[in-house]
Design a protein around this ligand. Structure first.
Ligand code: E4P
Length: 218
């Protein structure tokens, strides 16, 4: 399973990259705003900075909600850097724009997906990635993991090439369960990725080894 980091924070991206486990980055307008990135030039420059840190795909989201606007914005984003993936909302015009980009060989990520039917449409439109938001479903007492399993089943039935990019990951068990469900990618915060490191028996065992190593008189 590929690991993407879901942030626009350059330090977090750098740290995950240095861990050696990072395969890409996802951003959205809320994450960009959180970093205080304003103005078109700064936003485009920020995407380039992200591309210079990681080797993999970097999702940059359009903010238009009409087909022409999404195509215009997406083309500008895609021309920025070969690692840019055009992130489109799961609405009618977004699906239409997804088909347009897919025919042009430009990578896409259909976002804000909350049902298997929406994921089916994204695959039909040739999306490179589909982003089901599992944390936000959990937030409203709905089983987010079940959605990932349903999409996996549908995509496997027809051998759709669209990759399931499990998004809105909140904690380590989301990551582990996504891997068990056969998600192609997960995108989460640095805290969830680093959380995978933790086990008290690892710490206890290491402390014991360090103590015993002293008796080896290296
Ligand atoms: C996905 O691409 C989104 O950026 C993200 O995962 C949303 O996560 P949130 O529900 O924690 O905001």
């Amino acid at each position: 399973m590929k690991f993407f980091i879901d942030t626009a924070n350059l330090q977090d991206i750098q740290e995950a990259q240095e861990m050696g486990v990072l395969d890409g980055v996802t951003t959205n307008p809320s994450l960009m705003a959180k970093e205080g990135i304003t103005g078109k030039d700064n936003i485009l420059k920020h995407y380039l900075n992200i591309c210079n840190i990681v080797d993999g795909d970097v999702s940059a989201e359009v903010v238009s909600t009409d087909y022409d606007g999404m195509v215009r914005e997406g083309e500008e984003l895609a021309a920025l850097h070969p690692q840019i993936v055009v992130k489109l909302p799961m609405i009618g015009d977004g699906i239409k724009a997804c088909k347009y980009f897919s025919l042009k060989g430009i990578k896409t990520n259909v976002t804000l997906v909350f049902s298997p039917g929406q994921a089916l449409l994204a695959a039909k439109a040739g999306a490179t990635y589909v982003s089901p938001f599992l944390g936000r479903l959990d937030d409203i007492s709905t089983d987010g993991m079940h959605l990932i399993e349903e999409i996996r089943e549908i995509y496997d039935n027809y051998e759709y090439k669209t990759q399931i990019l499990s998004a809105s990951i909140r904690h380590t068990m989301h990551i582990v369960n996504c891997a068990k469900a056969g998600s192609d990618v997960m995108t989460g915060p640095l805290s969830a990725i680093k959380g995978l490191l933790k086990h008290p028996l690892t710490d206890i065992g290491l402390n014991q080894f360090i103590e015993d190593a002293k008796r080896m008189k290296l």
